[in-house]
Design a binder for this molecule. Structure first.
Ligand SMILES: NC(=O)c1ccc[n+]([C@@H]2O[C@H](COP(=O)([O-])OP(=O)(O)OC[C@H]3O[C@@H](n4cnc5c(N)ncnc54)[C@H](OP(=O)(O)O)[C@@H]3O)[C@@H](O)[C@H]2O)c1
Length: 322
């Protein structure tokens, strides 16, 4: 099969290459997925570039996210799954068989059935962003009836955080940096969209009411805004590291009785990932999750695809292996 792969860390054009390699067979408890689209996330270029290195066992086919058809199953897996449309979760975590290839092999529970009528483009956009958004939203309890602030609501994680929070009964305010992103955040269903660059951002959010939980993409940049709008004892859940670590205003955090939580998907417990997959399936079936604008690349252009994500492309970057 044709696969994109690398065997050392480095720049995209420098280390990513396309090779014909033997198609992997699924082992016990695994399924093989014929990939229609591979979804690119920031973690993919960070792993490949070596800024957040993950061990390479011989070679690494990049990308965790994908959508396609189960075309083979290993021992212990119902052969009835052959032909099932699925989306993948953490396909390349501790494994060389990422989704940037004609086929990927994953543990059966990391290939989640895609409900009828849901596009492969949306399926390939879900894994890292939607599962991260779900865990950030629910790690501290239900969101029903709560007021949630999603920082960066036009980002991939932010988009699904808005849609999942709304679907599960929250009121959602979100922040963006400009008009194009505001439109995407509104389309995702945010009740209020605020430009965080405006001096009145805190005032606008306070008018929405006290915030119970913040889903945060830039803790250092936004901590004073978050503390200004959070109810006493509220949570700030951070899933991204900025280039420089912030210094923590301990007294202000104490005054707010704030709870800080940090999330990295690679360490999220397996049962929480399965719960996320179930809730995402329910939301998909109800039509509550939507695609961001997609930018499609062929496998030969995988370096450009990863560079587009690194460059902050608005929407989701997908690679079509065939
Ligand atoms: N911890 C985990 O497991 C995990 C999982 C997924 C992603 N991540 C990380 O999370 C980050 C975002 O990932 P993504 O896929 O969602 O990326 P993305 O689609 O590029 O979205 C990032 C969004 O954050 C916005 N943003 C940047 N600075 C902001 C600020 N100060 N306030 C509000 N919004 C701000 C950006 O828009 P503007 O710059 O225009 O504001 C952009 O819309 C990446 O660093 C990624 O590595 C971590």
């Amino acid at each position: 099969m044709r696969a994109a792969l690398y065997d050392r860390y480095g720049g995209s054009a420098e280390v990513l290459r396309i090779e014909d390699i033997e198609k992997p067979e699924p082992g016990p408890g695994e399924v093989r997925v014929k990939i229609e689209y591979s979804g690119v996330n920031p973690t993919d270029w960070k792993s490949r570039g070596g800024s957040t290195p993950r061990p390479i066992d011989g070679f690494q086919i990049p990308h965790h996210d994908g959508a396609g058809l189960v075309d083979a199953v290993g021992d212990g897996i119902d052969p009835g799954r052959i032909g099932q449309r699925v989306w993948t979760v953490l396909a390349a975590a501790g494994r060389c068989w990422g989704t940037a290839a004609e086929c990927s092999v994953v543990p059966a529970d990391r290939a989640v059935p895609l409900p009828d009528g849901i596009s492969a483009e949306l399926g390939a956009s879900l894994g890292v962003p939607a599962v991260t958004a779900h865990y950030c939203l629910f790690a501290d309890g239900p969101v029903e009836g709560k007021s949630i602030l999603v920082a960066g609501g036009a980002g991939a994680v932010g988009h699904f955080a808005i849609e999942l929070a709304k679907f599960f009964g929250a009121r959602v305010v979100t922040t963006v940096s400009g008009a194009e992103k505001a439109q995407l955040a509104r389309k995702a269903g945010a009740d209020l969209v605020v430009n965080y660059r405006e001096a009145s951002a805190a005032e606008q959010i306070r008018a929405f009411g006290p915030i119970d939980r913040v889903i945060e993409v830039a803790l250092g940049a936004n901590l004073s805004l978050d503390l200004a709008v959070l109810r006493p004892g509220g949570e700030i859940v951070t899933y991204a590291a900025e280039p420089a670590d912030p210094s923590l205003p301990v007294r202000s955090c104490m005054n707010a009785n704030v709870i800080l939580r940090f999330v990295l998907l690679y360490g999220v417990p397996a049962d929480a990932i399965q719960r996320a997959a179930r809730d995402i399936t329910t939301a998909l079936t109800a039509g509550a999750l939507t695609e961001l604008p997609v930018h499609k690349f062929g496998l030969d252009d995988i370096a450009a695809a990863q560079d587009a994500v690194q460059g902050g492309a608005i929407g989701k970057v997908l690679v079509a292996p065939v």
